[in-house]
Design a protein around this ligand. Structure first.
Ligand code: SF4
Length: 232
């Protein structure tokens, strides 16, 4: 079922009104516009942990889900349970199927990482978003050049629904300060050289001075999984 038609000019005006407002206010406005049809896509990065905290503390009517590829780090699965327990919420899995079980078979990320991301991330996301009118992300403008023009509310033409980016204007330092102030659980791997954490087979630690996403699909041109923008 596709999302109802959205007045793009009205959305742009609302985004302008909400620019600079606290994430809780942006989320509350979005939740009021899309009752029962809005969800946070939680990847358990620091931005998403902060949004879980905002949603959980304020009791906002925003559902939560995560793309469970089957290849997440054990620390990520632990964090998933910790957040659910702490905020008494449920973060639903969206899955593209169980991981390959046969150790004799070449793993899918080695065969074709783009196809693996498509099957385990993009297609489950597309199926989940087809049930929603709006999705919430932890995108910040200074993360990548592609994210630099993100609005706090915008039309996602690729998936056909509203995209809500409450932290679009935030810096990484602001996010970490808010996490520390709130005592919000985060992935312990961030303190072990992993500023950006995806699937375990495709994420390596980064050295001082490297781009924070340098450890994602290291050694390949691939830098996005295709969730927010088509892959390069
Ligand atoms: Fe597969 Fe790696 Fe993409 Fe995860 S990040 S879905 S393991 S290619």
């Amino acid at each position: 079922m596709s999302a109802p038609a959205v007045d793009k000019a009205e959305l742009a005006a609302l985004a302008a009104d909400l620019e600079g407002k606290p994430p809780a206010e942006i989320l509350a406005a979005a939740a009021a516009r899309h009752p029962g049809k809005i969800a946070l896509a939680c990847s358990f990065g620091p931005e998403d942990c902060l949004l879980v905290d905002v949603i959980g503390r304020a009791g906002l009517l925003v559902d939560l889900f995560t793309l469970d590829t089957g290849y997440l780090f054990p620390e990520t699965y632990d964090l998933w349970r910790e957040l659910e327990s702490r905020y008494r919420i449920r973060i639903d899995p969206a899955s593209g199927g169980p991981p390959a079980a046969d150790p004799g078979v070449t793993p899918p990320w080695q065969v074709d990482a783009d196809a693996c991301c498509d099957a385990r991330k993009v297609q489950p996301l597309r199926a989940k978003l087809a049930t929603l009118d709006a999705w919430v992300t932890g995108i910040r403008r200074d993360q990548t050049p592609e994210r630099a023009s993100a609005k706090v509310l915008e039309w996602d033409a690729r998936f056909g629904l509203v995209k809500v980016n409450p932290l679009a204007a935030w810096t990484s330092d602001q996010v970490w300060a808010a996490l520390a102030a709130g005592g919000v659980p985060t992935n312990p791997l961030h303190q072990q050289g992993y500023p950006s954490i995806g699937c375990a087979p495709c994420t390596s630690p980064v050295a001082a001075g490297e781009d924070p996403r340098a450890g994602r699909w290291r050694g390949s041109e691939k830098k996005e999984c295709g969730l927010h923008w088509p892959r390069k």
